[in-house]
Design a binder for this molecule. Structure first.
Ligand code: G3P
Ligand code: MG
Length: 248
């Protein structure tokens, strides 16, 4: 059974409107009508799964240096909102558990992208799935993905029946079909900004759903829809909308 996906998935919540990967960003995506959000998961030094994108703290917090070197308590002391806008000052990096709480409250589906700090590919998947196994039971509203094949393999071993999406980089690896078969991936998640029609045709031939990141340009969104992409990750759900998939 293919996963039932909306056409639009809020990227890192609604990253154009609120600081990415925060509870406020998830709430904003829900307020803007998103049915699903995408979030990045990595581990604190003491192995708490948290929602964060970069390997370093500098861009999106008032901290410095590698995320991987900070324990949960240190990460909690950081401020993750004012880099985006003063009105968001004081907000914190959320744990996976806190993010899932909001997702459940707002009745959303979620694509959890495992984004391990270097060398923690197995542990990140394990810790994420441990938490999830205690608080999540809706198979139809969860997609697990990663650029890390090791994290994907760990997910397959630990939670085989949860949907998996194989993330392809801007330059897709040559053996993506074999890998998708091996990982039993239900979806292929491509870089829609650089993807060719040929790649999309090739994926369609494998009868997998196609998701494209990160599309904030409505013209590109229309082109990808015409080429057969099923769902788009967007920072800007006001500009790239479900209506585009209804229009002919
Ligand atoms: O999962 C889709 C997209 O989020 C992948 O790229 O770097 O934004 O996590 P990135
Ligand atoms: Mg991501």
């Amino acid at each position: 059974m293919p996963l039932k996906l909306p056409n639009i998935i809020g990227h890192r919540g609604a990253a154009a409107y609120a600081p990415e990967n925060t509870l406020e960003s998830i709430q904003t995506a829900a307020d803007m009508g998103c049915k699903w959000v995408e979030l990045d998961v990595k581990l604190s030094k003491d192995s708490v799964p948290m929602i964060f994108h970069d390997d370093d703290l500098d861009r999106t917090t008032n901290g410095h240096g590698p995320f991987a070197e900070k324990k949960f308590e240190d990460l909690r002391d950081l401020e993750a909102g004012s880099w985006f806008a003063d009105g968001f000052a004081g907000i914190k990096i959320p744990t996976l558990e806190e993010a899932i709480e909001v997702i459940l409250q707002r009745d959303l589906g979620v694509n959890l992208e495992i984004k391990p700090c270097p060398g923690r590919e197995v542990e990140t998947a394990e810790a994420m799935l441990d938490v999830l196994s205690q608080i999540w039971d809706d198979r139809d509203r969860l997609l697990i993905s990663s650029f890390s094949h090791v994290s994907m393999e760990t997910s397959m071993d630990m939670a085989n029946d949860w949907y998996r999406g194989l993330l392809l980089d801007t330059e897709p690896m040559e053996n993506w079909k074999e890998l998708a078969d091996y990982l039993n991936a239900s979806t292929i998640n491509i870089d829609g900004r650089t993807a060719t029609r040929e790649l999309i045709d090739d994926i369609m031939d494998t009868e997998r759903q196609i998701l494209a990141y990160t599309i904030n340009d409505p013209q590109l969104a229309r082109t990808l829809r015409q080429w057969g992409v099923d769902a788009l990750f967007t920072d800007d759900p006001d500009t790239v909308t479900e209506d585009m998939f209804k229009a002919h």
